[in-house]
Design a protein around this ligand. Structure first.
Ligand SMILES: Nc1nc2c(ncn2[C@@H]2O[C@H](COP(=O)(O)OP(=O)(O)OP(=O)(O)O)[C@@H](O)[C@H]2O)c(=O)[nH]1
Length: 250
């Protein structure tokens, strides 16, 4: 089927009037060329030029409108890309630190929030032993584990080099701790394919803070718990209970 549609002629009526006038002019010309006939001839020439020029201007304006629409689409796409880059981590595609801080503070306006902070154990060893690109692959692998295990309502962010935050709206501290345990186990058994065959583990801090809090409140609590998990031997989850930290059995 022909998908090309011919645009309607804006000046169809004028075109028909021109043809009729042309026919009258032609039928009179041979018989009696008088002043009226000459005037009609001049009018026809001027009218033809007017129609031709107007059509040209309309075509030019259509092209300009098309270009403007295309530029507008490009601008929208660039805005979307800029917005994405400003809020996402380029290596993993998850939220970056600024976006996570913003999300947490917006949740806290009217919601309680459970937060997990996790940090890859002895990550410096991975970089030092196998190089930065292998370290990057490990970071991506950890994010894969997170994305497979956390609930669909969670938001995941990279808040530091090898440190991640998971927002768990609507979850209690205990439920968030279970999610952290599930992620810990997923990382522990994940095949990171390191050259020496060794595995990767991570340590976790969990906090819960009522509505009205700020990012720093929830993050500092979870970070303190994470610190305890590291001090206690790594590859484990610790939950903050206000200022008190509970180390969970692994
Ligand atoms: N490959 C890679 N490494 C990074 C990136 N960002 C930070 N790092 C590295 O992460 C390592 C963090 O090391 P440390 O803070 O000493 O912690 P760690 O070795 O994980 O030890 P613990 O946290 O105490 O278990 C450093 O070697 C950084 O260079 C990154 O984007 N890619």
């Amino acid at each position: 089927m022909d998908t090309c549609t011919v645009p309607p002629d804006l000046f169809e009526a004028e075109h028909r009037a021109l043809l009729a006038a042309q026919a009258t002019y032609d039928s009179c010309s041979a018989a009696a060329p008088d002043r009226c006939h000459q005037a009609l001839g001049r009018l026809l020439t001027a009218y033809e030029r007017l129609l031709r020029e107007t059509r040209r201007l309309v075509r030019r304006s259509d092209r300009a409108e098309l270009e403007m629409t295309q530029l507008n689409h490009q601008l929208q796409e660039l805005t979307r890309q800029l917005e994405y880059r400003a809020t996402h981590d380029s290596l993993t595609g998850i939220f970056n630190r600024a976006a996570i801080i913003d999300l947490v503070n917006r949740h806290f306006v009217n919601q309680d929030l459970a937060l997990i902070v996790l940090d890859i154990d002895h990550f410096k060893r991975v970089n030092d032993s196998f190089g930065h690109p292998v370290g990057d692959r490990v970071i991506v692998g950890v994010v894969d584990c997170l994305q497979r295990v956390v609930p669909a309502t969670a938001s995941i962010g990279r808040v530091g080099g090898e440190e991640f935050t998971v927002l768990l709206p609507g979850l209690s501290a205990e439920a968030a701790e279970q999610v952290a345990q599930a992620v810990r186990q997923a990382i522990e058994v994940h095949a990171f394919d390191l050259p020496d065959g060794s595995g990767i583990t991570a340590s976790f801090g969990v906090s819960w803070f009522p509505a009205g809090g700020r990012f720093d409140d929830a993050y500092n609590l979870a970070d303190e718990a994470l610190y305890q998990a590291k001090r206690n031997g790594r590859n484990q989850v610790a939950r903050a209970l206000g200022p008190t930290v509970i180390l969970a059995a692994t």
